[in-house]
Design a protein around this ligand. Structure first.
Ligand code: CA
Length: 226
């Protein structure tokens, strides 16, 4: 079945170009030009993925992300005007899965949307390996996609969850950022390793800073009992 993508962007030329490219890729595309319109459109016809600009009239993309994700988990690719660390971290914290900095190529945008949907489909297809992984006070329930630390549930985004499961599949093993990027995000090139770093920050914020070890210049390891 055709996948629905909601494009939220107030700059008409960008919105039109993104919509045209995604339609050419076979997606059903709806466009919203402001914050309230985006939330209303997502309620009316739930999309399979959202391409969301941060700077919008009404309320901004971060607020759109917060409101939509509070109702239902949807993969979100956020667009930012500049490589702004604050925007980026807040965006990932409120539930965006990936981001691109303007200007971007339409080819790359299409590739990222495909990767988001592939990952969502993989998640929906159910767990690989044991349904529940337990390490000390960390519990990862793959069937329900829920994570608890010391009995308290952490609300992870779909990407954060997939990243944690990947690290948990190889406990105490250093996984290179490039490999995480390829396995979790489905990217073939290593241009987005900062995305990995940002999601690791999100996991540490939600699950505690002691869980994931940084090996500088290489990657990350989940520091748990085997
Ligand atoms: Ca804008």
């Amino acid at each position: 079945m055709e996948k629905r993508v909601l494009v939220v962007e107030d700059e008409r030329t960008i919105a039109d170009a993104v919509a045209a490219r995604l339609r050419a890729e076979g997606f059903l595309v709806e466009v919203a030009g402001d914050g309230p319109g985006a939330v209303a459109a997502a309620r009316r016809t739930p999309p399979d993925a959202i391409v969301l600009d941060v700077m919008l009239p009404g309320f901004d993309g971060l607020e759109v992300c917060r409101r939509i994700q509070a109702e239902r988990a949807v993969p979100i690719l956020m667009l930012t005007a500049r490589d702004d660390e604050t925007d980026l971290l807040v965006g990932l914290a409120v539930g965006a899965d990936d981001y691109m900095v303007k200007p971007f190529s339409m080819r790359e945008l299409a590739a990222r949307v495909h990767a988001l949907l592939r990952r969502a489909a993989k998640g929906a297809a159910g767990p690989v390996g044991p349904p529940t992984l337990r390490f000390g006070d960390l519990e990862i329930n793959q069937a329900e996609r829920r994570v608890l630390r010391a009995g308290v549930e952490a609300r992870l985004t779909p990407t954060e969850f997939d990243l944690l499961v990947h690290l948990a599949a190889h406990p105490r093993t250093v996984l290179p950022r490039e490999r995480l990027l390829a396995d979790v995000w489905g990217w073939a090139d290593a241009s987005g390793t900062r995305t990995v770093d940002s999601h690791i920050k999100g996991l540490r914020r939600k699950l505690g800073s002691d869980l994931i070890r940084t090996v500088h210049g290489v990657g990350y390891a989940l520091e748990v009992e085997r």
